[in-house]
Design a protein around this ligand. Structure first.
Ligand code: FAD
Length: 422
């Protein structure tokens, strides 16, 4: 019997932990999430059902520790040569069950990339923050706070805007940063975050790369206020809200990499954000495949299972094609991030752009094909019992974040066509 494991994974370069951890997360997803996920939409504020599943994955199984060095209680993924392919598999398996959980889990690593990854490991900050994540069996969340009320896409549009629109300020006073500003939408905000990585400027309006600062702010510092979570079209497991920083003081060494390097390595954060987004699409599509395979074998048209009808089999084929290609594409991008000797550094413009290319391709294809799968299911396509409409709602959200489709298009056009004004 064909299963999702018949979709291709590039066996010559999957990580050594791929199979082992893949199977662990698969079991967690099948036991802890998939039986309950239909009730997650109503649990968006309280997380009464969602929180125990996070505790199991991130705390008890310990996956929130993976980036930190081994001697600090982590699993050393940050300095491995397979961080890309290992993260792709983990994110894909979680997303197969719930893309909202996948983004909340993945974004916990997002700011930590700035301090846990070679060649810019910040040992002092790793030592300071590792216990928070590694010495507990409860899920602990971090957030990457970049989007602001005046726009998120401009802040991510780093090559052109160079941080000039950032309005959250960091002022050095003695040996402390004083942070003021308003962020909104970060995954894991909405009240559950323990540690923020905050994108700030040391000089508003500046395009000097040295003025772009990435500073860690523990959520319990005086002056940090988290608003209530927003109610979204889906992804209830991901809380998003406002955060206000009002004269918040943190030690000066909480700046991740320093002048110039914060800007440089934040582009690596963007690359991993795109990798994660592709993995979320891939995981959700794998589950759509599982659902529609079952549906098309147990529902009939003219006394034949749906899958035995030419027109319907064409849609099923397109779903298998898109799933196969998006998965291969995601692993290829993971490999590109894992092999700087072949593809260049993760923070270079080419790799950031190619991540955007693959991310928006994956989202466009997935939304198109899931829409067609829903047509095939007719009324059942809208029936929450089948979970298809859930993936459709969730993947629309994946398309909207990280600057949305337009920023992906602009960066793609800029790089491939050498545009000068975009
Ligand atoms: C579920 C979810 C999770 C999120 N997680 C995070 C997170 O972890 N951290 C975080 O900081 N933010 C997060 N966001 C916010 C998200 O990244 C932003 O919403 C996104 O970057 C777009 O920013 P914006 O909504 O401010 O739109 P704007 O930046 O105001 O964009 C407005 C419009 O202008 C278009 N546009 C912008 N730039 C260009 C350009 N150069 N050329 C053409 N058109 C352009 C945009 O595509 C859009 O149509 C999340 C959002 C969601 C929905």
């Amino acid at each position: 019997m064909r299963t999702i494991d018949d979709f291709t994974r590039p066996r010559e370069f999957v990580s050594p932990i791929d199979d082992y951890f893949g199977r662990i997360v698969r079991r967690w997803a099948d036991e802890e999430v998939i039986p309950n996920r239909r009730r997650y939409d109503e649990d968006w504020q309280e997380h009464l059902l969602i929180e125990p599943a996070f505790d199991q994955l991130m705390g008890k199984l310990g996956l929130q520790r993976v980036l930190f060095p081994e001697d600090l209680g982590g699993w050393g993924l940050g300095h491995s040569h397979y961080i890309g392919s290992a993260s792709f598999r983990l994110m894909e398996e979680v997303a197969r069950a719930d893309t909202g959980m996948a983004v909340a889990f993945g974004v916990t690593f997002w700011p930590l990339i700035m301090i846990c990854n070679e060649p810019h490991l910040n040992r002092r900050l790793c030592e300071e923050f590792a216990p928070l994540f590694c010495q507990t069996e409860k899920a602990v969340f971090a957030a990457n706070a970049m989007t602001e009320p005046q726009g998120g896409a401009d802040i991510e549009n780093m090559e052109i805007i160079k941080g000039a629109t950032i309005q959250t300020t960091a002022r050095l006073e003695g040996d402390e940063w004083v942070i003021n500003g308003h962020k909104l939408w970060p995954t894991n905000s909405g009240g559950i975050c323990s540690l923020f990585g905050v994108v700030c400027t040391t000089k508003p309006g500046s395009t000097d790369l040295n003025d772009f600062a990435f500073i860690f702010v523990p959520a319990d510092r005086p002056g940090v206020t988290q608003g209530k979570p927003y109610q979204k079209a889906g992804m209830a497991a991901d809380k998003n809200g406002d955060i206000w920083f009002d004269q918040v003081r943190v030690p000066s060494h909480y700046r991740a990499c320093g002048p110039g390097d914060d800007f440089k390595y934040f582009k690596e954060v963007i690359s991993f954000g795109n990798l994660g987004s592709i993995a979320f699409v891939s995981g959700a599509l794998l589950n759509v495949f599982e659902i529609i395979k079952n549906f098309s074998e147990t529902n009939y048209h003219r006394n034949l299972p749906l899958k035995e009808n030419d027109a319907l089999a064409g849609v099923l084929a397109d779903l298998a094609r898109d799933t196969e290609i998006i998965r291969i594409l995601g692993y290829q991008y993971a490999r590109m991030l894992d092999r700087p000797d072949l593809y260049g550094e993760r923070w270079n413009e080419e790799l950031v752009t190619k991540g955007r290319v693959y991310k928006y391709f994956a989202c466009d294809r997935a939304l198109d094909i899931i829409g067609k799968v829903m047509n095939l299911m007719e009324a059942s396509g809208s029936d929450r019992r089948w979970d298809i409409e859930k993936h459709w709602r969730d993947l629309k959200i994946v398309q909207l974040w990280m600057g949305g489709k337009q920023l992906c298009q602009m960066e793609t056009a800029r790089w491939f066509y050498e545009c000068e004004t975009l």
